[in-house]
Design a protein around this ligand. Structure first.
Ligand SMILES: Nc1ncnc2c1ncn2[C@@H]1O[C@H](COP(=O)(O)OP(=O)(O)OP(=O)(O)O)[C@@H](O)[C@H]1O
Ligand SMILES: [Mg+2]
Length: 205
């Protein structure tokens, strides 16, 4: 039997972290650091923790995903990252962070390079857990919809979990793009956090 030495294990941990796309600043967003200050923020935190605890049982089911929707500054990214960090650190599941706008821009810039395009796309299609941060932020074009459909639909068909943060509410998501929206809503049905109202913008506190 070959036992990997400590430094090999450490290298592996480093590789998984690097590949996740989460930097050390972002990794400071923990569950403990999220302080609920009213009913909805309490529910948001509880839902995130419940999802984490349930994950082993639900990971291969139709409702194996979670969404944080709505109000700007309400901690959607904070809780999404806290989840990804816990999956990486404690469950050793290689979660991948996809900052929506930067990723979509980079994919489009490289669309003519077919090989690179397929490689980029498959990183997000195949990830064990995919965190899509700020979905549909900014102006969204036809090709943005198509790229997101390719990613989400692949994950939908293969029962691969997503963590989604978006300023869109569920209704707006459906109106905006029914194909992507309805798949997300179905996947996140049991763990859907929707926050509305400027009172819940932590940046204004
Ligand atoms: N309940 C909370 N307790 C502690 N810090 C919080 C809380 N809610 C938000 N924050 C902090 O406020 C800042 C904004 O939160 P975050 O970026 O997660 O919001 P968001 O909902 O993703 O906003 P946006 O829609 O602009 O992306 C972050 O620094 C985050 O750590
Ligand atoms: Mg955010």
């Amino acid at each position: 039997m070959v036992i990997p030495c400590k430094c090999q294990e450490l290298e592996k941990v480093k590789r998984v972290w690097k590949s996740s796309g989460i930097n050390s600043e972002q990794a400071k967003h923990t569950f403990a650091g999220y302080k609920p200050y009213n009913g909805i923020t309490q529910l948001a935190k509880e839902t995130a923790i419940k999802y984490y605890k349930d994950f082993g049982d639900i990971k291969e089911t139709r409702q194996n995903s979670i969404a944080f929707l709505g109000q700007v500054g309400s901690g959607k990214t904070h809780l999404s990252i806290a989840l990804a960090v816990n999956f990486l650190e404690n469950k050793k599941i290689p979660a991948i962070y996809m900052p929506y706008r930067d990723t979509i821009t980079s994919i489009k810039q490289n669309m003519l390079d077919k090989e690179y395009y397929v490689k980029q796309l498959s990183r997000y299609q195949l990830a064990k857990i995919l965190l899509i941060d700020d979905l549909f932020k900014g102006k969204v074009t036809e090709s943005d919809f198509n790229i997101m459909f390719e990613i989400i639909n692949y994950r939908y068909l293969n029962y691969l979990p997503i963590i989604v943060s978006s300023e869109f509410t569920a209704d707006r998501l459906l109106d905006f793009d029914e194909a992507v929206g309805s798949r997300i809503i179905q996947m996140c049905k049991d763990y859907m956090v929707q926050i509305e109202g400027k009172d819940n913008n932590y940046r204004l506190k």
